[in-house]
Design a protein around this ligand. Structure first.
Ligand code: SF4
Length: 375
């Protein structure tokens, strides 16, 4: 793939905060795609992290289009070819970033992810080996530290995302934040939620009344179109309750309380056959988009187990079947976000050509057969 003159603005405006081995590690993109921590916000505060040596080097790798620190096979922007060409950048913020040649950024992060707490009501095998719940001591530690860096962090934030590490409604840390946050004090702030959706009932949604004006996007991880496979890939989930909750959210979406409602699907051996059915499910529920993503190994699988899960790998025994599923017409529906599956889902024209070649082969076989019979 040609990345010459391409540019990604993320490291100039994005901060994702995780709590790992006692440190509040910060990342300038999704840590799966750019797995380099730029520092511990719990120790040095925001300024030390935001304009430290390492983050400046990462920014320079965006400016010189080397993308040195990015995992190019996993980054959906690189895979989908959606990175900006430096000569055609129209957004004024991004144009400004191109001038920060030494990597120093004068404002704080504009897009923040809270991902310190891994508490979740589910134990999906792709994410963890068992259920995780924060104990009281850790809760106090995480909340105490966040209260310290929060005022500084919130100065320039335009988008706050909760959370990429667990579930915002299972976690007391995030639940209390969402129920108590006074969104009116931040009229321009947008809040986005990443959730498994099981606990997000209409009643829970109402409890977030303080942020209703700020709520923007809700992403619900489902990874299945049928209850059977859902029970495997989303251990601890409740299929019918989830569907009822999504229907409730669709109503809030219609009332204008949510800007965007999306269903997410991590593709693996257990569920890839259901990808077209997942598109159908998204359509029937009335969501805005369905998003597909390749499974990543976050340390829960050994190499052998992961190889069994990852049907996107050409060496997987079911890879050709996976490619066939990608060719299903529903996979080109306009509600589909292909993410890092872009190179596997053929564009309509390429697919028409493929079908034409296939029919050509079929006609040749038919002709051969007719000749054999007529002999
Ligand atoms: S991994 Fe992709 S999205 Fe992340 S910074 Fe690199 S190019 Fe941008």
């Amino acid at each position: 793939m040609d990345l010459k003159n391409k540019f990604c603005p993320k490291p100039f405006e994005y901060l994702d905060i995780h709590f790992v081995e006692g440190e509040f590690r910060c990342y300038v993109c999704c840590p799966t795609w750019l797995p380099v921590s730029v520092g511990d916000i719990g120790k040095g505060g925001l300024e030390a992290v935001w304009n430290g040596d390492l983050i400046k080097e990462i920014r320079k790798s965006m400016l010189n289009s080397s993308f040195l620190y990015c995992d190019k096979s996993l980054c959906p922007e690189i895979q989908a070819g959606t990175l900006h060409h430096k000569d055609y950048i129209y957004k004024s913020d991004y144009k400004e970033y191109l001038n920060y040649e030494d990597g120093q950024v004068p404002h704080g992060p504009k897009i923040v992810y809270f991902s310190e707490d891994r508490t979740c009501n589910l134990a999906c095998p792709s994410c963890r080996k068992d259920y995780i719940t924060l104990n009281d001591d850790l809760f106090d530690h995480l909340k105490g530290t966040r209260d310290k860096f929060l005022p500084d962090l919130m100065k320039d934030v335009e988008n706050l995302n909760i959370c990429s590490s667990g579930d915002p409604f299972s976690s007391r840390l995030y639940r209390e934040f969402l129920f108590q946050f006074e969104g009116d004090q931040y009229p321009k702030l947008k809040i986005n939620l990443n959730t498994n959706g099981v606990l997000l009932t209409p009643e829970v949604f109402q409890k977030m009344s303080g942020i209703h004006r700020n709520l923007s996007q809700i992403f619900i991880s489902i990874d299945a179109a049928k209850e059977e496979s859902y029970n495997i890939v989303r251990k601890g989930g409740q299929w019918q309750k989830l569907l009822d909750n999504i229907s409730g959210l669709v109503q809030f979406r219609k009332k204008g309380l949510i800007d965007h409602l999306q269903l997410d699907f991590v593709v693996q051996d257990h569920n890839y056959r259901e990808m077209p059915a997942f598109v159908k499910l998204g359509r029937s529920l009335g969501v805005d988009k369905v998003y597909f993503q390749r499974i990543s190994n976050w340390g829960t699988f050994n190499d052998q187990e992961f190889a069994k899960r990852d049907v996107l790998s050409p060496s997987h025994p079911q890879h050709l079947h996976f490619l066939d599923v990608c060719r299903h017409p529903l996979m080109r529906d306009k509600i589909v976000k292909k993410g890092n599956l872009s190179s596997f889902i053929p564009k309509a024209q390429r697919e028409k050509f493929y079908q034409f070649l296939k029919s050509f082969k079929f006609l040749r076989r038919m002709r051969k057969r007719v000749l054999e019979i007529s002999r």
